[in-house]
Design a protein around this ligand. Structure first.
Ligand code: NAD
Ligand code: TYD
Length: 341
């Protein structure tokens, strides 16, 4: 059956992977990508899509905090909105929280309103395990309380609460997805894995915050897209789903694996001041997704990491130009902030 999708934030890391995944898998799906093209939005991520799927894909530059931009993208009614658009980096949220509040909360509100007014039949809100806060032992479940600790996770949690309220109050068809940390190709080189890989390719140190004992759970792009595809089509309206792999690693272990795969020694590791409010451990239970849809991740962390490293090694053109301009400004601020801690 033909379907029209509006993907927001599709020029970013996971949004662009999901657009490619859907267009390749479903021959009769049409996608509109609404993206503001912030520092994290990159049309290079979509160059092959523009070329290979020009009859089923269109890009609109626009901001989800602006009702007019959202309406423009929804001129024709769509079947499903998938809201990837967000400010996503915790460290930036500590330095400049306001854009997180605007995009992640007000932007989501605008999309929920559009669904309430009948401009789309369903909305999938892309969220994170970070809304649950940190967990020393055990796992977060779908009904764990929200205890966010960073401006980023507080903004995502607020948006998720609006989704819940819009379902309870107006019965608008909404599903919220909480995922563990993503990794893979085309991730902006400010996040842990691409930052460490590209720093090493430039013969620079890799900064580990605090003692590096913090734990994150990791999912590779393809596994995430498969899980989201199932939830988007068959997930129960009004519910939320966790996406997780159980592949949990200390930051120190991730750094050591990257060093090993890149044939570098541990002298590149630099322990730096800790991130303020740094969550110690995330771990998410995904039994609901696994049982309902018989889903399980296919990619082992070390296998996905090796693929990711090879991609960054072969795509310097993609990442080198990102490591200047806004990026350098951000790093200046970041290190000044760390010095003051
Ligand atoms: P990203 O930072 O790579 O990309 C975000 C995209 O959103 C960019 O293309 C940017 O231009 C766009 N955008 C930002 N503000 C916008 C606005 N006001 N209007 C329209 N577009 C705007 O993001 P990502 O890491 O791929 O994450 C995508 C989604 O997944 C986010 O909602 C994030 O909270 C969530 N998430 C991320 C992770 C992770 O590990 N990266 C884990 C769980 C959930
Ligand atoms: P990040 O990729 O920013 O994702 P998140 O904070 O959303 O989990 O960071 C992953 C982990 O790596 C987190 O515990 C912070 C840590 N980290 C470092 O130790 N050094 C770094 O330079 C960065 C960017 C992150």
């Amino acid at each position: 059956m033909e379907k029209k999708l509006l993907i927001t934030g599709g020029a970013g890391f996971m949004g662009s992977h999901f657009i490619r995944y859907i267009l390749e898998k479903y021959e009769n799906y049409q996608i509109t990508n609404l993206d503001k093209l912030t520092y994290a939005g990159n049309l290079d991520n979509l160059a092959d899509i523009e070329k290979n799927f020009s009859n089923r894909y269109q890009f609109i530059k626009g901001d989800i905090t602006q009702e007019g931009d959202v309406n423009k993208a929804l001129k024709q009614e769509v079947d499903i909105i998938v809201n990837f658009a967000a400010e996503t980096h915790v460290d930036r949220s500590i330095l400049e929280p306001k854009s997180f509040l605007l995009t992640d909360i007000v932007g989501t509100y605008n999309l929920l309103e559009a669904v309430r007014l009948g401009k789309a039949n369903k909305i999938i809100q892309i969220s994170t395990d970070e809304v649950f806060g940190q967990i020393k032992q055990g796992e977060f479940f779908e009904d764990s309380p929200f205890l966010p600790n960073s401006p980023y996770s507080a903004a995502k949690a607020s948006a998720d609460l609006f989704c819940r309220a819009y379902w309870k109050t107006y019965q608008i068809p909404v599903i919220v997805v909480h995922s563990c940390n993503y990794y893979g190709t085309h991730q902006y080189p400010e996040k842990l894995i691409p930052l460490f890989i590209t720093n090493l390719l430039e013969e620079k140190d890799i900064p580990i915050y605090g003692d590096g004992e913090q734990v994150r759970e990791w999912i590779f792009t393809e596994d995430y897209c498969q899980a989201l595809d199932l939830i988007m089509h068959y997930g129960k309206i009004g519910e939320s789903y966790n996406i997780g792999t159980g592949q949990r690693k200390k930051n120190k272990e991730v750094a050591e694996l990257i060093l090993k795969f890149m044939n570098k020694d541990k002298s590149y590791i630099k322990y730096v001041k800790d991130r303020p409010g740094h969550d110690f451990r995330y771990a998410i239970n995904s039994d609901k997704l696994r049982k309902q849809f018989n889903w399980k991740p296919q990619v082992e962390f070390e296998q996905g990491l090796a693929k990711t490293i090879v991609w960054y090694e072969n795509n310097e053109d993609w990442w080198k130009k990102l490591k200047n301009g806004d990026y350098l400004e951000y790093y200046k601020k970041q290190y000044n902030a760390l010095d003051k801690n």
